[in-house]
Design a protein around this ligand. Structure first.
Ligand SMILES: NC(=O)c1ccc[n+]([C@@H]2O[C@H](COP(=O)([O-])OP(=O)(O)OC[C@H]3O[C@@H](n4cnc5c(N)ncnc54)[C@H](OP(=O)(O)O)[C@@H]3O)[C@@H](O)[C@H]2O)c1
Length: 231
């Protein structure tokens, strides 16, 4: 199966892409950081995996379409897109700046739409495929101190749940994933704190693998991936 993962340069996206590649999936890696993507590409290939890396800025629809077209070309097809990339700026309504607010809207909402619209024609023409959208528990329940972030994640939830109804008749599955606390560096707000209780990026990768491996006529439309232990 050929899967494109956005935001694969670090954090959860890197965990998902690495896990899938080691499980036999062919993986397309998308993000802005060329060097980080190149490091991951080399590491996956050294371990026997198959992948292709393309840089893009998901806030730009042309850049996104070009990277996805190049990836589909290189992998000779696409079966699934994992919309993982996102900006996490956890500030309350008094502290967040206009630029930070706009950057989150652009990345977390527009970016998800731009990648989805670039992949859908391939999936529609083959009458088969899967879009996996990484929302958040903060796309389900309020996040005090992160109203802007929560707004973007509620938007991802709304888009993802509605998209399912728009594309299911074309044989396209949609899954919304709601991670709880995951141990990515950008979520280490206090680097000195204990983060061992959190879900690891690779464990989110395992959950995405399970979601992608359902029978052709079945879709897991939503999953929550939470740490068992509390902070
Ligand atoms: N960590 C958690 O606890 C948690 C919980 C629930 C949900 N989530 C969600 O999981 C996703 C990943 O979070 P994370 O913690 O792994 O964050 P992260 O470590 O900061 O990684 C974010 C990824 O998104 C990419 N990205 C950001 N802006 C981009 C842009 N304009 N164009 C292309 N790529 C871009 C980054 O790559 P470049 O900088 O190289 O472009 C990076 O690969 C986000 O959607 C987040 O909302 C995280």
């Amino acid at each position: 199966m050929k899967v494109i993962v956005t935001g694969a340069s670090k954090g959860i996206g890197k965990g998902i892409a690495s896990f899938l590649a080691m499980d036999g999936f062919e993986v397309g890696l998308l993000a802005r950081s060329r060097d980080l993507l190149e490091d991951l590409r080399q590491s996956i290939e050294e371990q026997g995996g198959t992948c292709f890396a393309a840089t893009c800025d998901l806030r730009d629809p042309d850049s996104t379409s070009a990277a996805i077209a190049a990836t589909v070309d290189a992998l000779d097809g696409v079966d699934a897109l994992v919309n993982n990339a996102g900006l996490v700026i956890r500030k309350n309504v008094f502290d967040i700046t206009l630029d930070e607010w706009r950057a989150m809207i652009d990345t977390n909402i527009n970016g998800v739409y731009f990648a989805t619209r670039a992949v859908l024609p391939y999936l529609k023409s083959q009458q088969r495929g899967h879009i996996v959208n990484i929302s958040s528990i903060s796309g389900k329940v309020p996040l005090s101190g992160g109203s802007g972030y929560a707004a973007t994640k509620y938007a991802v939830t709304g888009f993802s749940q509605s998209l399912f109804h728009e594309v299911r008749d074309y044989g396209i599955k949609v899954t919304t994933v709601y991670p709880g606390s995951v141990d990515s560096e950008s979520h280490r707000h206090d680097p000195m704190a204990d983060h061992s209780w959190k879900v690891t990026p690779a464990e989110v990768g395992a959950a995405v693998r399970d979601v992608l491996r359902t029978a052709p006529g079945t879709v897991i439309s939503e999953i929550e991936v939470r740490p068992l232990r509390k902070a």
